[in-house]
Each structure stands twice: as structure tokens, then as C-alpha cells.
Design a binder for this molecule. Structure first.
Ligand SMILES: Nc1ncnc2c1ncn2[C@@H]1O[C@H](COP(=O)(O)OP(=O)(O)OP(=O)(O)O)[C@@H](O)[C@H]1O
Ligand SMILES: [Mg+2]
Length: 322
């Protein structure tokens, strides 16, 4: 498969201003990660709250500044891209936000909202051509053409997310980044939007970076899974293999909490609880960032940061595996 995005030693840090007796501090939100995204795949990014998923996604869209490293997309390095290059990137890589209602401007009609990216990035395009494209895209995502002059507050959450998807798709992007894009929706609407995304992916040959807390949905929709912890990649591999034989102690703990549909298995299942909270990204632990909560940590885990290496077809950052 062809690589569409190549991420190398990517860091996204945030500086927090100090005060009178407080020194400046740095949040290590994404702290040196390496992975590739392949054309046509859906890659799921999972990990507990605060591990850096959104910081990474926002960095790939230009909403967060990349501190160092590189993210190569279509021969453009997103770490150093200028505004002209970002315009090219935005034509091909679009973002779908978590809260569908908040993401839409209540003063704009559906037509204006969906047309906006096209009018911004292709200012020479004729009004009639824009309108034709708006109508075609609305049809694609299951919105009726007679809703074109209505405002977002007249729609349900699920319909608003369809408007958000139409707004992203009108540019015919190659890559969609979905950051918790279905988390705010209720169960049946969530299923509809997931099915819509899957249908669109097949039809338009989209590549999707799908960020979610819901490991059940990630299992359903993704081809590969990337597990993050405190700004680092813990494990990356094929979906089936990650769910069947997770190698990293963190992935094992994360997946042990996923409910199983079979009540007999669910009843006897051992959930591996992790001790303590996620350490602060202001001061990540020395060595392996997971060492403070890892039940299997050895001396080396406290002194040396493990490299991500290939073990049984998974990329894993762990000293204890071989
Ligand atoms: N603009 C910012 N300024 C300072 N710190 C930030 C900023 N954005 C994110 N952070 C911090 O970076 C860390 C990673 O946050 P991020 O939002 O990427 O996590 P997440 O994995 O998306 O979490 P969640 O699952 O809750 O959405 C957190 O400690 C967060 O407080
Ligand atoms: Mg987030």
C-alpha cells in the first residue's frame, strides 16, 4: 500500500507561561512519535484522556504548531509548511470535530456552511458551480436538498454531524481526521454516522484517521490501531492482531476493560486495573513513560526510554518483550 502520511520523531509541546515565583513549564503533549498512514486505510488512535490524541490530530491540520520532527504529506512537511502549502494540505486533508452542533456557525445557512471551504480555497469558482457541488455533497451524506436554507439549530445532532461531514467532503479530500466525531451522538445516531463514514470511505477511497475512546467502535471501523500513552506510541498493529494478542502491558490493560457481548465470557473476564493516574505531561517519567503504572516494570524501564520495535508484526515500545 502507498504511504500517504509519514510522521517522524514528531513533537508537539506547549509552553505554559510562568508567574512571579513560578517557572515556565512545558507540556509534552506529543513526545517523539513515528508512524506511517497508508492510502485507503482507517487507522484508529486510542489511549486514555490527555495522552495527546487531539494534540496530534490538531497538529496535522495546522491548528497546533508542530514543535519538532516532521510530518510529510504529499511532499509537504507540515512542520514547516507556509500558508500556501497549508492551503494545498487543507484541500486534501480535512478535520471532523467532536461536537457537531458547536462546530457549525448558527448564523449561517446549511448551504453557506458547506460552501465555505470551497469558496475560501477555490475563490475563482463560479457561484452556480459551488451550489451544484453543495447539493451533490448534501445528497452524498444523506441530507435533503430542501434543507439547504435552514440553520444548524433546526437540525438534530446527527444531522449536524452530516453537515460537518459534507463541509469536509466538498473539497474531495483524500484524508479525513475524525477526532471523537461520534462521541457526542446517541447510540443509534452514532451507528448511522459510522455506517455513513464507512460507505463514504469505500465510495471515495478515503483514508481515515479515527480518534476515539470507544474501543468497540474502533474495533468495528479500523484496519490498524495505534495506542498512545503520555505523548508516546505504546503499540501499533493490525486491528485483529492487536485485539487478539495485545503485547504491551498498557494495551492489555486498555483492552481488558472492553465489554464482551458473550455474557459467559464477560462474567469471568479479568479487568486489569491500572494503579494511579496518568502522570503529568509537564514532567513525564524518566525511562519508559508507562513505568509508574506498569505491573511488569524492570530496572531498565526506569532509566531508558524504549525504542518502538517490531515484535510479532506489532510495533511496540517495551523493554520487557522480546
Ligand atoms: N493548547 C494547549 N495548551 C497547553 N496544554 C495543552 C493544549 N492542548 C492540549 N494540552 C495538554 O496536552 C495534553 C494532551 O491533550 P490532548 O487534548 O491532546 O489529549 P487527548 O488524548 O485528546 O485527551 P481526550 O481523550 O480527553 O480528548 C493534556 O495534558 C492537555 O492538557
Ligand atoms: Mg481529545
Amino acid at each position: 500500500m502507498k504511504k500517504i502520511l509519514e510522521i517522524r520523531d514528531l513533537k508537539i509541546h506547549f509552553n505554559i507561561a510562568g508567574g512571579l515565583f513560578k517557572p515556565k513549564q512545558t507540556v509534552h503533549a506529543v513526545d517523539g512519535i513515528n508512524f506511517d498512514v497508508f492510502e485507503g486505510e482507517t487507522i484508529g488512535i486510542v489511549g486514555e484522556s490527555g495522552c495527546g490524541k487531539s494534540s496530534l490530530a490538531r497538529g496535522l491540520c495546522g491548528l497546533n504548531k508542530i514543535t519538532s520532527g516532521s510530518a510529510l504529506f504529499n511532499n509537504i512537511d507540515l512542520a514547516t509548511a507556509n500558508s500556501k502549502e497549508w492551503n494545498e494540505v487543507h484541500k486534501q486533508m480535512q478535520f471532523i470535530f467532536q461536537d457537531p452542533v458547536a462546530a457549525l456557525d448558527p448564523r449561517m445557512t446549511v448551504a453557506e456552511i458547506i460552501a465555505e471551504p470551497l469558496e475560501t480555497l477555490y475563490p475563482e469558482m463560479k457561484k452556480t458551480a459551488v451550489m451544484d457541488k453543495v447539493l451533490a455533497t448534501m445528497k452524498l451524506v444523506g441530507l435533503s436538498h430542501n434543507q439547504i436554507n435552514r440553520y444548524p439549530q433546526e437540525f438534530s445532532g446527527g444531522q449536524c454531524q452530516r453537515i460537518g461531514i459534507a463541509r469536509a467532503l466538498i473539497l474531495e479530500p483524500k484524508v479525513l481526521i475524525c477526532d471523537e466525531s461520534v462521541s457526542a451522538l446517541d447510540v443509534s445516531i452514532k451507528a448511522q454516522i459510522i455506517n455513513l463514514l464507512q460507505e463514504l470511505q469505500q465510495k471515495l477511497k478515503l483514508t481515515i484517521i479515527f480518534i476515539s475512546h470507544d474501543l468497540g467502535i474502533v474495533k468495528h471501523i479500523c484496519n490498524r490501531i495505534l495506542v498512545m500513552y503520555l505523548g508516546n506510541i505504546m503499540e501499533l498493529g493490525d486491528k485483529k492482531s492487536i485485539y487478539a494478542t495485545p503485547l504491551h502491558p498498557y494495551t492489555q490493560a486498555l483492552l481488558s476493560a472492553v465489554p464482551v457481548a458473550n455474557p459467559n465470557i464477560e462474567k469471568n473476564k479479568q479487568v486489569q486495573l491500572l494503579d494511579g493516574d496518568l502522570p503529568s505531561p509537564l514532567k513525564p517519567p524518566q525511562g519508559c513513560v508507562f513505568n509508574t503504572r506498569c505491573p511488569q516494570a524492570i530496572d531498565k524501564c526506569h532509566s531508558e526510554r524504549p525504542q518502538c520495535r517490531l515484535i510479532n508484526q506489532h510495533m511496540v515500545s517495551c523493554h520487557i518483550l522480546n
